[in-house]
Design a protein around this ligand. Structure first.
Ligand code: HXH
Length: 331
C-alpha cells in the first residue's frame, strides 16, 4: 500500500472513479487498481470482435477474468461496448459467400449478441455503452456514414440496440457514448440524436463523454456547455474514457522521451479545473473513468502516431503520483 490517500475514497461522496483494464494491467497495475479506482471498464475485451470472433462461437475467457477481479475487489463494472463501427469480427456484416447481409439478418445478429452478452454479466455490469461513436464529427450529417450498422440497417440500428439491451437486462443503465463530445458542432448533433431517441421512448439512461482531451483543448467553457446541454435531457452523464494528452491533437512530434516540467504543470492545472467542474456537477455526473491508470500503459502511445510516447494519466511510468494526481486531491 503506498502512502497516498486513495483517489476513489477521496471522491466517495461525488462519484465512482474508474479506469480501463486489460488482463496484463490486472497484474502490472494491481496495487493502483485496488487502492485508487472503484469502477473498471474493459479496454478491449468486451468489444464485439473479442466476445464473438466467429459466428455463434463466443469467447468469454478474458472478459470473465476481468469480471472476477472486479467482484473479488468490490469494483463497479462499466460494459464497453455492444454496437460500434470498429473492432468487429470480419464475419459480422457478411454471409458465407462474402456478400453483405440484409437488414433483418444483421438485426438478428445484433439481438443474438446482445442477448448472449448482457445477461451473462447482469450481476456485475451496472451500465453499458450500448452504442459507441455513431455521430459524424463534421459536416451536416448527424450519423456517421461509414458505419456498416447504418449502411445495412439504417438509422434505427441505434434504437434497436437500446431496446435489445434493455430487454436483456432491465436493470442496466444504458448509455450512448462518444468522443469530441465537447466540440460545439458535434455536441449539438449528439444532443439531437439522444433527444430523438428519448422522444421515441428508447430506453436510454445516460450520455457517455469519452473526454479524450489534451492540455490545450477543449476549453473549459466548451466542456461546461457540453455538460449543461446533455444534462438538460434529464439523463445522467458518465465521463467514460478520460485522458489529457500533453500534445495538441495535430502535433505529431515523436522525439520527446520525457514530458517537460511545463507539460506536467499545465496538465495538473487542467486536471484540477476539470475535476472541480465534475464535482460541481456531481448531481448529474455519476461516474468518472480514466482511460488508464498510469503512463506506462495507454492507447496514446500508439495514437495518433504509432510509437509516439505520451503521458496523459494521473500516475507516472513507475506508478508514482504525478502533479495531476496531487492537483485533484486538494479541495
Ligand atoms: C475510443 N475511441 C474507443 O471508444 C475505445 O474503445 C478505444 O479503446 C479507444 C478510444 C476514440 C477515438 C475515436 C476515433 C478516432 C480515434 C479515437 O479516430 C480518429 C482518427 C483521426 C482523427 C480523429 C479521430
Amino acid at each position: 500500500m503506498n502512502q497516498n490517500q486513495s483517489l476513489y475514497q477521496k471522491y466517495q461522496s461525488y462519484f465512482p472513479i474508474g479506469t480501463c483494464v486489460s488482463p496484463s494491467a490486472l497484474k502490472t497495475h494491481e496495487e493502483l487498481l485496488i487502492n485508487h479506482f472503484n469502477s473498471l471498464t474493459s479496454e478491449n475485451h468486451m468489444k464485439f470482435e473479442a466476445l464473438q470472433p466467429e459466428q455463434d462461437s463466443y469467447d468469454f475467457t478474458v472478459a470473465d477474468q476481468l469480471i472476477a477481479f472486479a467482484k473479488e475487489h468490490n469494483k463497479l463494472v462499466r460494459g464497453h461496448t455492444l454496437v460500434w463501427h470498429n473492432q468487429n469480427p470480419s464475419w459480422l456484416f457478411h454471409d458465407k459467400d462474402g456478400n453483405l447481409v440484409d437488414k433483418d439478418t444483421l438485426l438478428k445478429r445484433m439481438e443474438e449478441h446482445i442477448n448472449t452478452v448482457v445477461p451473462r454479466y447482469k450481476d456485475t455490469v451496472y451500465c453499458w455503452d450500448v452504442v459507441n461513436e455513431a455521430v459524424e464529427d463534421t459536416g451536416s450529417e448527424i450519423l456517421r456514414q461509414n458505419s456498416m450498422w447504418l449502411k445495412i440497417i439504417g438509422p434505427e440500428f441505434i434504437e434497436k440496440a437500446f431496446e435489445f439491451a434493455h430487454a436483456a437486462d432491465p436493470d442496466a443503465l444504458l448509455f450512448y457514448n462518444d468522443y469530441n463530445e465537447s466540440n460545439p458542432v458535434k455536441r449539438d448533433k449528439i444532443y439531437q440524436l439522444v433527444k430523438n431517441l428519448k422522444e421515441k421512448g428508447a430506453p436510454i439512461h445516460g450520455v457517455g463523454l469519452q473526454a479524450h482531451w489534451n492540455i490545450y483543448d477543449p476549453s473549459m467553457d466548451d466542456i461546461r456547455a457540453a455538460i449543461e446541454k446533455y444534462a438538460s435531457l434529464g439523463l445522467q452523464l458518465h465521463i467514460t474514457e478520460m485522458d489529457i494528452s500533453v500534445f495538441k491533437f495535430d502535433d505529431k512530434r515523436t522525439d520527446l522521451m520525457e514530458p517537460t516540467a511545463e507539460m506536467l504543470e499545465k496538465q495538473a492545472e487542467r486536471y484540477e479545473s476539470v475535476f472541480a467542474l465534475f464535482r460541481e456537477y456531481s448531481d448529474v455526473i455519476t461516474n468518472v473513468t480514466l482511460w488508464g491508470a498510469a503512463d506506462d500503459v495507454t492507447w496514446l502511445h500508439n495514437f495518433p502516431v504509432r510509437g509516439r510516447k505520451n503521458w496523459p494519466l494521473l500516475f507516472d511510468m513507475d506508478h508514482n503520483p504525478k502533479p495531476a494526481f496531487d492537483s485533484i486531491m486538494q479541495f
